[in-house]
Design a protein around this ligand. Sequence first.
Ligand code: ATP
Ligand code: MG
Length: 391
Amino acid sequence: MKEILLLKDGEIVLKGLNRRQFEDVLKRNIRNVLKPVGRFEVTSAQSTVIVKPLDEDVDLDEACDCISRVFGLVSFSRAVVCEEKTLESVLATAPEYLKTQLTAAKTFKVEAKRSDKKFPYKSPEICRETGGAILAAFPHLKVDVHDPDVTVYVEIRDFGAYIHTNPIRGAGGIPVGTGGKAVILISGGIDSPVAAYMMAKRGIKLTAVHFASPPYTSPRAEEKVVRLLEKVSRYAGPMKMYTVPFTKLQEKLRDDCPEELFTIIMRRLMMQISERIARENDCAALITGESLGQVASQTIGALGCTNEATDMVVFRPLIGMDKQEIIDISYKIDTYETSIEPYEDCCTVFTPKHPRTKPVLKFVKQAQEQAHFDELIEDALQNLKTTYINY
Ligand code: ATP
Ligand code: MG
């Protein structure tokens, strides 16, 4: 039997005039994730994206797995294409295609949708007739319209009649690429990959920036960040990653700034350098994995001092979340095991024994100005390394 995938758009339905553009981006993203799986035709009609395999031996389970990570879809179903667009064909196909599910079920119902108004039977008739055919084939079943084990959907569309059952939940969100572009400050920790995922879910296309301080941080630490981003890119799509050589800046920080302000000035430098990279790459915002109160550099006062270093909007999607809530998402997106691998991040290089939790902006700025980082910042920006990330 020939199968296709029927995908239901999510929030993009609400977006009125932008709808066309949203759907185009969504279809492009779907085509991209399906490229490694095989050849597919991807079209859309009436809030549904239709994915049709073009070869016989395509692995539809794998296609479903890829599609489950595409933002902008509420749900999707694997559906069978009836040989003809006739009631007879529907009645013959439904019991056969859903044999396994219907055998295991005790109750069922049929829902019909007829978007081709020229089809000679109305939805209630289609439901009744299909229900009858299923009962004849599986006499143990009972109809339950309120809480059935299996719902059989019959869709009569312009190009064919399709049958499917309980849909699979989609990734939600809005299509990546419809929400603008932003830079994610990515470490090897648990939080920033989750922050990246959450903003991609709101339609943002990501560019990643990672600060590395060799030899204090190892090449393994950077390679770990690449692997984390590869996991994120299964949701967020391909992205560019810039590695910033941060060693000289951190050494200067150690030599020329008061110890209790190391962390806060370092965070400000990260913001300033990331902002420059963002502007170069047409990105309108920065994203961090900061969460209020998690560490000394994430108190209200410290975040205020960090924030002042940039004019750009800074998204902190984890700001109100507990660590466990963040960890739950990192399990879901499969970054947790990689995140906990024990490689040093540059944040743990020269950490002060007693970081200021209530830094005073005036003194922080003074200390930063006195150390004169400008030349080293330019130097770092001249020596960025670019890596292309793909799933
Ligand atoms: P994470 O788990 O994301 O490392 P964290 O709780 O360890 O976060 P910090 O180390 O204070 O917190 O970092 C706060 C945020 O700063 C990170 O979420 C990330 O966005 C950014 N950041 C930290 N280290 C780096 C780095 N080496 N390169 C780029 N961004 C970084
Ligand atoms: Mg960290």
